[in-house]
Design a protein around this ligand. Structure first.
Ligand code: SAH
Length: 227
């Protein structure tokens, strides 16, 4: 059982991503617990204000430190956390290796920012790691939190059934990507599927897939200018 506590200023965002399909099933099967904490519930002032103008006079708003301190300290008083993940375009770029590492742990807090970001003192005090989902800027950390939770959950034993198995997915074996997939009909609008897949010869199919993986991985490195 892995536990995620997500802190967000817009908790409604997660209705859908966390309540359907594989993530829902994983929670129903008690393989994962996910709690979404509404930042506003931890604001002390009457107006439940969670943001304020930045010092230094830039445009935009900054999420205030107090609600985060209140929320994170409450969680830390209840249990120990192995990871306190801050979503940020300035973090380490998330990949399958990081997903695997997180999937072996017991729990994590994931903090989603908004606007110009979170008051830096919150990060300094609590962050064990900053995670970016890529070199672009999102409007908020919620999508990044869902990316982390989804990719981690599918690695937890028994979450996927056999037919969905994660073991032969891309990146499971180093950087190797998976071979293309086809299903019926075998002939569609004049387009066939590779003969070998229809041959029933397991050895040949395995060899074909291995070769395709290498070709696809090499091309992927080229289009991503990695060599
Ligand atoms: N002013 C910041 C960007 C803030 S974007 C800067 O220039 O670096 C608002 C929030 O969206 C961030 O606090 C973070 O939680 C989230 N976010 C934006 N881009 C992200 C990315 N690439 N990966 C993960 N989280 C991201």
């Amino acid at each position: 059982m892995i536990r995620f506590d997500i802190i967000s200023a817009i908790p409604d965002f997660f209705n859908g991503p966390l309540t359907t399909s594989i993530i829902k099933r994983a929670q129903d099967k008690k393989l994962v617990e996910i709690y979404v904490h509404n930042l506003r519930d931890y604001a002390y002032d009457r107006h439940k204000q969670i943001d304020d103008k930045p010092f230094g006079g830039e445009p935009g708003m900054v999420l205030k430190p107090e609600p985060f301190f209140e929320c994170i300290e409450k969680l830390l008083a209840e249990r120990e956390y192995q990871n306190i993940i801050f979503t940020s375009p300035q973090g380490i770029i998330f990949n399958q290796e990081t997903a695997k590492k997180i999937s072996l742990e017991k729990n994590a807090i994931i903090v989603a920012g908004r606007y110009k970001g979170i008051d830096e003192r919150v990060r300094e005090k609590f962050a064990t790691v900053d995670i970016s989902i890529g070199n672009f800027v999102l409007s908020g950390g919620e999508i990044a939190a869902v990316v982390v939770v989804d990719s981690v959950i599918r690695l937890i034993p028994k979450v996927l059934n056999d037919s969905e198995s994660a073991l032969n997915d891309s990146f499971m074996d180093g950087e190797l990507l998976s071979a293309p997939v086809y299903t019926r009909p075998a002939e569609y609008k004049g387009m066939g599927v590779p003969e070998v897949l229809l041959s029933g010869n397991e050895k040949l199919i395995k060899e074909w897939k291995a070769k395709q993986s290498i070709i696809i991985t090499e091309n992927w490195k080229k289009i991503n200018r990695m060599e």
